[in-house]
Design a protein around this ligand. Sequence first.
Ligand SMILES: [Zn+2]
Ligand SMILES: [Zn+2]
Length: 250
Amino acid sequence: MPSSNRLFVRLAEGLSALERALMPPACLLCGVENAARDGETLVCPLCRSRWRTVAHPVCVRCGETRTPGEPACRICNWWPQSLGRVRSAVWLSGGARQAVHLLKFEGWWRIAEPMARSMQSLEPLTDQLLLVPIPLGRRRRRARGYNQSAALARSLARMGRFTLAEDRLSRIRETGAQSALAPEARMVNVRGAFEARGVRDRRVVVVDDVFTTGATLVAAAEALTSAGARGVDAVTFARAQGPLGQAVMN
Ligand SMILES: [Zn+2]
Ligand SMILES: [Zn+2]
C-alpha cells in the first residue's frame, strides 16, 4: 500500500475513534446508557416511540388535527394560494420539544437524523421535488454554526429520492424572533424576508423544524412562487399546539 494510502487509512481510523469517543454513551433524551447504540442514531427507539404523532384526520391544507364537520380552519383560512399543504410529524411536546431544543440551541446537529426519519412518510414528500430548507439570517447562522432546517432537509434527502436545494432560498432581511409575536405581527415580521431563485417549474417542499402559524412558510412560499415554482408544500418535524402555538421557540 502506498504510504499516502496508509496515512489516509490511519487518519480515517483515528477519526472514527474520535467520533466514538464523542458519541454520548447514552440516549440524548432519556439518558439510558447504550440505549441509542442501535445504529447511528442518538435517540433510543423507546424515546422515538414516545414522540406524539399528529393524528389524522387533519385539515387537508395546513395539517392541523381536526374533527370532521368543524367550521373553516382557523389556522390556514388566511393563507395565500402560494402555500399548498403543510404536514408535521409530531407535536411539540415532551421529548420532541427536547429534541428541537438540542438541535437548535445545543449544537446537536446529528439529532436531525432521527427527527428526519419521523418525517419521511409525510404526504408532500413524493418523487421529483426540490427540498428547500428555511434559511437563517447570516447573524444567526454564524452564531449557531449551522442551519437546523438544512440539517433536517439534508437527512431527508439522504433517505429519499429528493434533491436538496439549499441555496435556492435566502434571507434578504434579518427578522426579529417570532416567538413573542401575535399571529398578525408574525406575518408582518417575515413578509418580504426571503428571495428565491432556480426553482422555475419545479415542485418545491419547504423544510422547517417547527410549525406555528405558518407565517414563515407563507413568506417563503410567496418568494418561491414569484421565482416560478410550480407548487410549494412544506413539512416540519414538530407542530406547536394550543391557541396558535403559545409554546414556541424561535
Ligand atoms: Zn431514550
Ligand atoms: Zn387548516
